[in-house]
Write a protein that binds this ligand. Structure first.
Ligand code: CUA
Length: 249
């Protein structure tokens, strides 16, 4: 039954929209094949042992085991784990250690109980100064933008993330209260947003569409409904979006 659940792909995630996502799926499959084979083999050996050494009224006898066998299977496990780790390290490095490319679209993501707020730096390419004491969502300033800072006047603040297709995107994750999370299944990307930290993540989406963003950290009573959307649009639609949201010129 376990093999069927995995092999039938009935419950698999939607297909990824990044090349890194494809690599992650391949790595996941590889891990499943290796651990799946070990699992089936172990069950067969267990079944054989139960049958072969079942109680037939014979005398039980003690055995010290075999050092050779112990060294052998421990080595096999070490090699499998290290091998899988090495096989996946390139993808992990690409995601987590390689900085975003210089031409990335930067978007700041602020999480708070229980909403996401996205901020674009506007035409000047600079995010305006934030002041925690000015945070006032009912008055239309959920991020606490300082009105005296000129670089912030053209900042675009929206509840839904819009990014251009086939263009690198860098997100800067923040939190105003507790630990939240940014997770998009199709990106195969999941990252916590931690108060007091600015955590960068990056990706390049290659398929136009609307994808759900969900919070995967239990962040309070409203956690279950904390979500937003990511619209991946053409470069032209992206420019149109920025123009529409930005201040009149
Ligand atoms: Cu925010 Cu769960």
């Amino acid at each position: 039954m376990t093999v069927y659940i995995f092999a039938s792909r009935k419950y698999s995630a939607p297909s990824p929209i990044t090349s890194v996502g494809l690599q992650i799926d391949r790595q996941y499959d590889l891990t499943l094949y290796v651990t799946g084979a070990a699992f089936i083999l172990a069950q067969l050996v267990l079944g054989y042992a139960i049958l072969r050494f079942r109680d037939r009224g014979q005398q039980a006898h003690f055995t010290h085991g075999s050092t050779v066998a112990e060294v052998l299977w421990t080595s096999v496990i070490i090699i499998s784990f290290l091998g899988l780790g090495i096989a996946g390290s390139k993808t992990w490095g690409e995601m987590r250690f390689t900085p975003a490319s210089r031409d990335s679209v930067q978007v700041e993501v602020t999480t708070t109980q229980f909403v996401y707020t996205f901020r674009y730096p506007g035409a000047d390419g600079k995010f305006g100064r934030l002041d925690a004491s000015l945070v006032n969502a009912p008055a239309g300033n959920p991020l606490g933008l300082d009105p005296n800072d000129a670089t912030g006047r053209d900042d675009v603040v929206v509840p839904i993330l819009t990014v251009p297709v086939n263009h690198p995107v860098e997100l800067l994750l923040r939190s105003q209260d507790v630990i939240h999370n940014f997770f998009v299944r199709e990106l195969r990307l999941q990252q916590d947003a931690v108060p007091g930290m600015m955590i960068p993540i990056h990706f390049t989406a290659d398929r136009i569409g609307r994808y759900e963003i969900v919070c995967t950290q239990l962040c309070g009573l409203g956690h279950y409904k904390m979500h937003s959307f990511m619209d991946v649009v053409s470069e032209r639609d992206y420019e149109r979006f920025l123009k529409k949201q930005g201040p009149p010129q």
